[in-house]
Structures are given as C-alpha cells and as structure tokens.
Design a protein around this ligand. Structure first.
Ligand code: PAF
Length: 280
C-alpha cells in the first residue's frame, strides 16, 4: 500500500491503474478510522480493483468554535487499518496541498443544505461538497463510498454528482452500531464514560419514533416522542429531533412512512448525530 500527500503523484498512480483497465473505488474520510470506515473499505475492496482511502481533515467544513484543532489525527494507526483491509493507496494531503493561499472556488448544493445540520452549521456542506468534488477530480473514482450515518451528507453528495453530471457512482453503506446501538463515529472518542453510557438513548429514542411512524404517527408526533425521550437523559442536550421526507428533507406530505427521523444532540461538547429511515 502506498501513502501519498501529493495530488500530482496520486494522478499519475491512478493514470497507470486506469491504463491497466482497472476500476477505482474511493473512500473519503477524515481519518480516525473506525468500524464504519472499515465497512466502506471492505465494500470498496469487494467491488473495485484499486481502492483509495483519502484521509484529510477538511478545514473548510468546520465552523468557528467547532473541533477542527481537537479532531483526532493518527495517520500511522489509520494507515495500518487501511492496509489490513486491503486498501491500495492512502491519499493524505496537507491543507496547503488542497487549498493554496489563493484558493477561491467552492461547490454548493442548494435547498437540501439549508435544513437539519445545514441550518445549524452554516457553510458546513459547502465545505464538504467542495472537498469531495476536489477528491473526485484528483482520484477520478468509478465509485465513492459513504455511510448512511451522515444521511444528509449522503443526500447532498448524491445531488451534487447528479446535478453536475459527475461520472461517479455513489455507494451508500448502512450505519454501523456498537452493541448498545450507538452509531459508530470518530467523535465518540471524546465521550467520558458517563456520556458514553448515556449516548445510546439517541438510538433508543429513534427506534421508538420509528415504531410510532410505522403505526401511522405524524411527523410532529414522532418528533415530540423522540425529543421527549432524549430530553429525559440528563447528560444529553438535544439540538434537534426532526421527522422529514427522506428524499427532500422537507415536511412529509402525510403521516406514516416513508420518513427520515434525524437527531443531533450534544453530550458535553461532543456533537452526536444519528438517524433512521422508516421505509414505506
Ligand atoms: O464524512 C466525512 O468524514 C467527511 O465529511 C468527508 C466526506 C470525508 C469530507 O471531508
């Protein structure tokens, strides 16, 4: 497995791979690899001939006061995990390599990005779509793999690739959970033992809400039910509990499925997100 921090080097490696007629799969990450990323890498390994894992803590998707400085940085550990899973190349550029001082071009998806997390983290999705576009241009993957835990991110990236005719297939992989239901995430590392014990209340609340939706509950009823259960847990501070149309993230047209239940909550300073899609 190779590790490169240079765009021109990655381009020339990919050029040779393509010259052999091999397909390329990309797993974009910010590092601190966990079981959720492992699942994406395994899926890419099963499908594509050449697997690239990008590791880049993208500064432009963090807002002021967010955890850019504290975000876990562990390239050697991550490289060992990726190699063990059969990745062929790690692309781990510096911020200067990705964003030279006169960088001034951004990619922005409208509509979907002003809801849920987008409403509370202005500029976040613009940062995500800009860096993902750059990664697509550098790696030119046939397929790119994203987790459903970041449901809104997945939807926004699907829309971007469709709207801009990017020749990349977006492959969605299910949320990976700990045994007690907590969605696996890099930020779980920040949790104290007490916060960690409280955090599964988010998924429990989502499950309860999903059962209600299956029985015909309206979006408002589901939101109130999920919110009440999370607010019952003193170590969690709810940011939002929303029940929306899973395709548009707008108010659902009717009660019952299909519905996306999405939550963001703080455990101390750690922001946790999770969701369940209640299918029709
Ligand atoms: O989901 C993430 O880790 C990041 O948002 C991504 C897609 C790698 C872009 O920086």
């Amino acid at each position: 497995m190779r590790i490169s921090d240079r765009i021109d080097e990655v381009r020339s490696i990919i050029g040779r791979v393509r010259g052999n007629g091999d397909s390329v799969g990309l797993v974009p990450t910010m590092g601190a690899l966990h079981e959720g990323h492992s699942c994406l890498i395994r899926r890419a390994r099963q499908t594509d001939d050449f697997v690239v894992v990008s590791i880049f803590i993208n500064p432009i998707q963090f807002g002021p006061g967010e955890d850019l400085e504290a975000y876990p940085r562990q390239l050697q550990e991550d490289a060992a995990v990726a190699e063990e899973l059969g990745a062929d190349l790690i692309f781990a550029p510096t911020a200067e390599e990705m964003y030279p001082p006169d960088f001034t071009t951004y990619v922005e998806v409208g509509e979907l990005t002003d809801k849920l997390c987008g409403a509370l983290r202005p500029g976040h999705f613009r940062g995500v779509t800009t860096v993902v576009s750059k990664l697509f241009n550098i790696v030119s993957p046939d397929r790119a793999y994203f987790g459903q835990k970041d449901y809104q991110q997945l939807l926004v990236i699907e829309r971007m690739t469709r709207d801009l005719d990017m020749p990349v297939e977006i492959v969605a992989c299910p949320t990976v959970r700990e045994a007690d239901g907590l969605a696996v995430a890099s930020r779980n590392k920040y949790l104290t033992p007490e916060q960690r014990a409280a955090a599964p209340a988010i998924y429990q609340a989502l499950q309860k809400g999903a059962e209600a939706v299956k029985s015909g509950a309206s979006a408002k009823e589901a939101e109130e039910m999920v919110a009440a259960q999370i607010e019952n847990e003193p170590l969690l501070e709810l940011q939002y509990a929303r029940a929306v149309d899973p395709r548009t993230l707008a108010e659902p047209g009717s009660a019952g499925p299909p519905m996306l239940l999405a939550v963001a909550a703080f455990a101390g300073d750690t922001r946790l997100i999770d969701n369940i899609v209640v299918e029709e």
